[in-house]
Write a protein that binds this ligand. Structure first.
Ligand code: AMP
Ligand code: GLY
Length: 426
């Protein structure tokens, strides 16, 4: 079958890479894609935010399956538009995508469904927000309710800082419209993990666990980013914890949506904090995690095309997923300056040498200039390797990265450290 993937980042490269290797898939196309994706798919230059353009493209290409990678077109209702024309789509409709598009909606739904999560209040009025904050003690978590590319969460270390952050968000200074409503949350302590599920109506199929590193710098310091590296499986997610997340978090949330007449078809991504009181939901996304998708796809043995088509056609029941026993680890290489501003168009060399060491280089923010690969985004590459352990996968990636020739890029040197610590102690 012919599959169209929408998006052009590292997640979409990993999806296209895996779909190309799926026996059920004869052709992969990707809009807009990127120069790395072009090795695995035919790229067509329609942007993931151009909903009309994408609908026209699907009408023209008539793919058997459309896989929507990023949240923006989902929240904008692309899946609804395509389903209305009877295309098979993997990705939720607009109403279900609100789980990611509005943190306030997600928290309210979790409350209704009795899902364990941090205590919270939502506010649109700065004075009311301040009153709430002054009743709590620091640290306090302040979140822009709308989409903010993973950057809209501030952990304030003092009450005064929390007030300033909330006022700034509500004034529209830091996240524009996304900050016109804020969620004020209790700070949870623990280790974080990403629990992803392929969902089709009542059927919820868990993926193997993964963990990403959201902080910009080594030792998990610095501001939050979309993710600077990831690995799978995450040793902190035992079988018991995975079952608990499925039963206490994923199932009740999907059921609560259903109670509101909302069906979910796509990936449910639960960001989890493993607290002393058990796993609690930090957030939901309605798509594969990025970079988590990269180690996950590197380990998936099943035919991805078949699984996603079964979900899109509501016949996921009975489908199982096979995983490579190896661990997989991805290190993100970002442009100097990310998550702030950075210089685009710098030439990136040595990519073949990096892969020759035994890695797969997934392209996230790359472009092409005069035949050379250049940076075009904040997160640029996801260098990924398999290993008998997370430590071995990590060693391969960092050895390979010595061959990367790009002075304007940087990466964390400690991706996987929590897993390594656990592996050492076992
Ligand atoms: P979110 O986008 O809501 O997952 O938040 C991004 C990151 O902020 C999470 O991955 C956590 O590292 C951190 N975070 C969010 N909410 C909390 C919380 N209630 N307590 C502690 N850390 C949090
Ligand atoms: N890596 C976090 C996310 O995809 O939202």
């Amino acid at each position: 079958m012919k599959v169209l993937v929408i998006g052009g980042g590292g997640r979409e490269h990993a999806l296209c890479w895996k779909l190309k290797r799926s026996p059920s898939v004869s052709e992969v196309i990707c809009a807009p894609g990127n120069p790395g994706i072009a090795k695995d798919a035919r790229c067509i230059n329609v942007n993931a935010g151009d909903i009309d353009g994408l609908v026209d493209l699907v009408r023209k290409e008539q793919p058997r399956l459309v896989v929507v990678g990023p949240e923006v077109p989902l929240v904008a209702g692309l899946a609804d538009r395509l389903r209305a024309e009877n295309f098979a789509v993997f990705g939720p409709n607009r109403a279900a995508a609100e789980l990611e598009g509005s943190k306030s909606f997600a928290k309210t739904l979790m409350d209704e469904a009795g899902v364990p999560t941090a205590a919270f209040e939502t506010h649109t009025d700065p004075d009311a927000a301040e009153t709430c904050i002054r009743n709590w003690s620091a640290p306090i978590v302040i979140k822009a309710s709308g989409l903010a590319a993973g950057k809209g969460v501030i952990i304030a270390q003092t009450v005064d800082e929390a007030v300033a952050v909330a006022r700034d968000m509500l004034a529209g200074n830091s996240f524009g419209d996304a900050g016109s409503q804020v969620v004020i949350e209790e700070f949870l302590e623990g280790e974080e993990a990403s629990c992803l599920f392929v969902v089709s109506g009542d059927t919820i199929l868990p993926l193997d666990s993964s963990q990403d590193h959201k902080a910009l710098l080594d030792d998990d310091k610095g501001p939050n980013t979309g993710g600077m590296g990831a690995y799978s499986p995450a040793p902190c997610v035992t079988k018991e914890i995975a079952d608990e997340v499925l039963e206490t978090i994923a199932r009740p949330v999907i059921a609560a949506l259903k109670d509101r007449g909302i069906e979910f078809i796509g990936t449910l991504y639960a960001g989890i904090m493993l607290t002393d009181d058990g796993p609690k939901a930090l957030e939901f996304n309605v798509r594969f995690g990025d970079p988590e998708c990269q180690p996950l796809m590197s380990r998936l043995k099943s035919d991805l095309g078949e699984v996603l088509l079964a979900a899109a056609e509501k016949r996921l029941d009975g489908v199982t997923l096979d995983w490579d026993e190896h661990a997989a680890l991805t290190v993100v290489v970002a442009s100097d300056g990310y998550p702030g501003s950075f210089v685009k168009g710098q030439i990136i060399g040595g990519l073949d040498d990096v892969e020759a060491v035994g890695t797969t280089v997934f392209h996230a923010g790359t472009g092409e200039k005069d035949g050379a690969i250049v940076n075009s985004g904040g997160r640029v590459l996801g260098v990924t390797a398999l290993g008998d352990s997370v430590a071995e996968a990590q060693q391969t990636v960092y050895t390979a990265l010595k061959y990367l020739d790009w002075p304007g890029g940087f990466y964390r040197k400690d991706i996987g450290w929590r897993a390594l610590k656990r592996e050492k102690s076992e």
